[in-house]
Design a binder for this molecule. Structure first.
Ligand SMILES: Nc1ncnc2c1ncn2[C@@H]1O[C@H](COP(=O)(O)OP(=O)(O)OP(=O)(O)O)[C@@H](O)[C@H]1O
Ligand SMILES: [Mg+2]
Length: 312
């Protein structure tokens, strides 16, 4: 089973309108809501690829209830909610269909107390120890949880060393998680630049970033680069995997689709080539449609055959 851990999920609401002018009253004829916050997208893609997933989320209030209901009923994914007193955030995106432009409004996540953070560690540790792969997704809502990933990764290494850990985060929680030596990291270029504190605009600089992750004990480093694909390294071979060109509709969640393939591939013992092909293909399939983490296995398989692999 693949467990995704999302400390700061959201009600992800999108209002579809023709176009709008700031400072006016805007009516949306149509809107959608999905459970948002990275790990929920990962769980959706894992399920689409035919594997069992579960989504652990830190939730609170009516919005938290809504997130849990959507994970269970809309996505059909088993949900492990950890309840806190603060309320889960809503992210509202306004999509202007005429312009194909999205503007997103982010509410703050819930305040999590030290006591809640302590109880969460115990809850997540127990759930994670029974999984085959655990993915750590996105940012944490506040500083009380900045040690969550690092603590859980270190715990699993000690108590459940058979569990594979994949870290996809940014900022302080990414840094602290990395120090605990997860098996896999999957930053995008911007996230890796922030971590390393230097620009990664050349292939040489990006390859050096891969070496940096391996020096920190990571077994597989994946640096995703949007439509340019990704660098994928297992410490022996470094590949630049290039997805086929697709018409980009909405690339949000493509990194999560890639993480889902990393999880499935590592659980199934796929070789590096297959992981690269399917990972790029799932990201491209996600980018080619509006919905997040909604991919068809047949479509991913067809795109996977078109992925170009260049050893660098
Ligand atoms: N426009 C695109 N065309 C083809 N493939 C794409 C496109 N955008 C993304 N991908 C694929 O998806 C993978 C992950 O995308 P990206 O680097 O944008 O992740 P990300 O920034 O972590 O995204 P998110 O956090 O929103 O999920 C890329 O390595 C690439 O294979
Ligand atoms: Mg990402």
């Amino acid at each position: 089973m693949i467990l995704t851990i999302t400390p700061n999920p959201c009600v992800d609401k999108t209002l579809f309108i023709d176009t709008f002018t700031a400072g006016t009253k805007v009516r949306a004829p149509r809107y959608t809501t999905i459970p948002g916050g990275k790990g929920t997208n990962v769980a959706r893609v894992v399920k689409a690829l035919g594997h069992e997933s579960a989504a652990l989320v830190v939730v609170g209030g009516h919005t938290g209830r809504h997130v849990v209901d959507m994970i269970e009923q809309q996505d059909g994914t088993p949900c492990l909610p950890f309840w806190v007193a603060g309320a889960t955030r809503t992210i509202t995106t306004v999509y202007e269909e005429a312009e194909r432009r999205q503007t997103a409004f982010f509410e703050p996540g819930p305040d999590v107390t030290e006591a809640e953070a302590g109880a969460l560690l115990a809850f997540a540790a127990q759930a994670a120890a029974g999984a085959g792969v655990v993915t750590f997704n996105g940012a944490v809502p506040n500083p009380a949880l900045q040690d969550l990933y690092g603590w859980l990764i270190a715990y699993l290494q000690k108590k459940a060393p058979g569990v594979t850990t994949i870290l996809d985060s940014y900022g302080e929680e990414f840094l602290r998680g990395l120090k605990a030596m997860p098996h896999v990291v999957k930053p995008n270029v911007e996230e890796a630049e922030a971590l390393l504190g230097r620009p990664l605009q050349t292939l040489t600089a990006r390859k050096e970033a891969m070496a940096y992750f391996h020096e920190h004990g990571v077994e597989m480093a994946v640096l995703s680069m949007g439509r340019e694909g990704a660098l994928v390294s297992d410490g022996r071979t470094c590949v630049h995997a290039v997805p086929p060109a697709v018409e980009e509709i909405n690339p949000v969640g493509s990194g999560d689709a890639l993480v889902a393939v990393l999880a499935v591939g590592l659980l199934e013992g796929w070789d590096l080539e297959r992981i690269c092909r399917w990972g790029m293909a799932a990201g491209a399939a996600n980018a080619a449609r509006w919905e997040l983490g909604v991919v068809e296995p047949a479509e991913v398989e067809a795109l996977a055959a078109q992925v170009e692999l260049r050893e660098i």
